[in-house]
Ligand binder design. Structure first.
Ligand code: G6P
Length: 609
């Protein structure tokens, strides 16, 4: 999730690239860089940190050109640093490229190219592409792109500049968005429309497997196989702020809809389908350390804590090891019992939450092995933990967390299966079945998102309500806690999440005529139990929306409305089950006219105690 921009034309290219990057800075901001052809050579400027650092660098060391590429980075492979920032070049600077996506087989390609004498300077997967293009080049850049793309697996959106054809730019798309902007005597490349709106509103959206060749006079699009493509020109009538949100009214809605692609990214390179294996060797955990784990503490705050509650169930079910999930602000002062074989898993989207970081330090002080699940490479949590699982969800701008949460859940699934694999707790056939289910999740989320309108009508019913209950059992209870938090955070409607069986021991008295209750039933073994809890609240006048994984006549009879999510392994329903709750929360807040992305009294990252 980084930002790409490219320009060829008659203007001074540096301000055009910097303007474009400024528009994309929300997509990544740990480093930025540009590469231009200055009529003699490819000239590169890059700087760690915000775009302002790159701008200061260029002020001190200016460069002039009318063709160039730029990038703002959100690190995945390799920490945020000058050396890891884009553009990357081959040793002789014949090619310079910027890249969004992940090259799954980059280690294999790196080994091959190293053996041929190519020298790598960064830790990134991207650098492989520049050397690969140089290696594939014989007669034309297009030919090199064709050969290189045949070798690359994963996702890539590329802008390519080469000294061999200094009056052309190449835009290459596979499984990562890329557009071309059409002007008069000038053309643009961008990962997102806002980057170029200042200059043109005529856009070509590239499809997977297409290459655009840009000259000052025009654009030609071909498939990777070399066939000419007839492209439709899109006229963009969005303003910049709508464009930044991909046409959605709020970042939160955009991020809710980004979940299928975010989840696919989290899975990228982590599954060997042919061998029924989970591939998480980059966690760097020794097989014996995993085998020796005797107990696990999961520590986090807010939404990440809710992900940890599901993580506990999954780890316990698959490994039969005791797991406890703790709120970080409690854990750090609770003098936790940590033994030599305790694994502490800290979960933090930002990797900067003060309480989580303090808990991590306390765990380390007591000698624990710490694994972090985080979305931010180079964050404090990522740097201080012994092992890191990156969720690769891309930057999350809305304060209320959505895609960060679902990718954390997916992280827990992958880690649990990986541990089960190393400990021999599951056979490879069993792991194969789980993998098959995991791979369907992004499509299932996409399917649920298509029904977003049903949640607008449901949210309308909540408009006059001051109180709502979420009930569920097992992992459904954990999901209810997250659904309730989401609703409270942005709509300010009070709600409570209850373990369905516990309601009658507590606040059942608050259920009265018309009280909305969202009941979650995705665990077949607990279905009848939760159904009887629905009957308890119905008997007191509740209005029940049931979200379930299968249509049952008894459920239709007992509830007022139903929504069915696709069937999958019971442990994995948490991801799909939360989507309706995110949509309900979003539309409830939207109907009330709230500032959804910046709810009152809530910060995205809480770096104070
Ligand atoms: C804040 C945010 C929550 C988030 C929590 C933990 O309270 O508002 O949305 O879940 O921090 O953040 P982290 O970055 O550690 O996941």
């Amino acid at each position: 999730m980084c930002g790409i921009v490219g320009y060829i034309g008659y203007r001074d290219t540096v301000p055009v690239l910097l303007n474009g990057l400024r528009r994309l800075e929300y997509r990544g901001y740990d480093s930025a860089g540009i590469a231009v052809w200055n009529e003699q050579q490819i000239d590169v400027r890059k700087a760690q940190g915000r775009l302002a650092n790159l701008e200061s660098l260029i002020e001190v060391s200016p460069v002039e050109a009318t063709i160039g590429i730029g990038h703002t980075r959100w690190a995945t492979h390799g920490k945020p640093s000058h050396i890891n920032s884009h553009p990357h070049t081959d040793v002789h600077r014949t090619f310079s490229i910027v890249h969004n996506g992940i090259i799954e087989n980059y280690l294999q390609l790196k080994d091959e190219l190293t053996a041929k004498g190519y020298v790598f300077v960064s830790e990134t997967d991207t650098e492989v592409i520049s050397h690969l293009l140089a290696d594939c080049y014989t007669e034309s850049v297009f030919d090199a792109v064709q050969k290189a793309t045949k070798r690359m697996r994963g996702a890539f959106a590329l802008a390519v500049l080469s000294i061999y054809e200094p009056d052309r730019l190449y835009a290459v798309r596979y499984a990562s968005p890329l557009i071309v902007g059409i002007g008069v005597g000038e053309q643009f490349i961008a990962s997102d429309i806002p980057a170029i709106l200042e200059y043109t509103r005529d856009v070509i959206i590239l499809n997977d497997g297409e290459v655009a060749i840009l000259t000052r006079d025009g654009v030609e699009v071909r498939t990777f196989e070399g066939q000419a493509v007839d492209c439709n020109l899109l006229k963009v009538d969005w303003d910049v702020s709508t464009a930044e949100k991909g046409g959605y009214e709020h970042f939160m809605l955009k991020e809710i809809h980004e979940q299928p692609s975010a989840l696919r990214k989290t899975l990228t390179g982590r599954i060997e389908t042919d061998y029924h294996r989970i591939k998480l060797d980059d966690l760097g955990m020794k097989v014996n350390d995993v085998k020796n784990i005797e107990r696990i503490h999961i520590v986090a705050c807010g939404t990440a804590f809710h992900a940890g509650l599901i993580g506990k169930t999954v780890l316990e079910r698959l490994l039969r090891v005791p797991v406890q999930t703790e709120i970080a602000s409690e854990y750090r002062y609770a003098n936790p019992i940590i033994t030599a074989n305790t694994l502490v898993i800290v979960v933090s989207q930002s990797g900067e939450t003060a309480d989580t970081l303090a808990a991590l330090r306390e765990a380390k002080r007591q000698g624990a092995n710490v694994l972090a699940i985080t979305n931010v490479v180079g964050s404090s949590v990522a740097r201080e933990a012994d092992h890191v699982f990156l969720t690769w969800a891309g930057p999350e701008i809305a304060v209320a967390s959505t895609k960060a949460y679902t990718t954390q859940l997916l992280g827990f699934y992958l880690i649990s299966l990986y541990f089960a694999q190393l400990r021999g707790a599951l056979s490879s056939i069993q792991i194969g079945d789980y993998i098959a289910a995991l791979q369907q999740i992004p499509d299932q989320v996409e399917h649920i998102l298509e029904s977003f309108e049903s949640f607008i009508s449901y949210a309308k019913q909540l408009n006059e309500k001051n109180n709502l209950f979420f009930i569920g059992r097992g992992t459904d209870y954990g999901v209810c806690l997250e659904g309730s938090l989401k609703l409270k955070e942005i709509s300010y409607i009070h709600s409570e999440a209850y373990a369905a069986g516990e309601l009658k021991h507590g606040t059942l008295a608050l259920i009265e005529e018309g009280t909305p209750v969202v009941a979650l039933l995705t665990q077949d073994d607990l279905f009848e139990k939760t159904l009887s809890n629905i009957k308890e609240v119905k008997a007191r006048g509740a209005n029940v929306l049931a979200i379930a994984n299968a249509d049952h006549a008894s459920l239709r009879d007992a509830s007022d409305a139903q929504f069915f999510i696709p069937q999958t392994n019971a442990l994995f329903h948490a991801i799909t089950a939360v989507i309706p709750m995110q949509l309900i929360a979003y539309y409830a807040a939207w109907l009330k006219g709230h500032d959804v992305d910046k709810p009152r009294n809530l910060a995205k990252s809480v770096t104070v105690e």
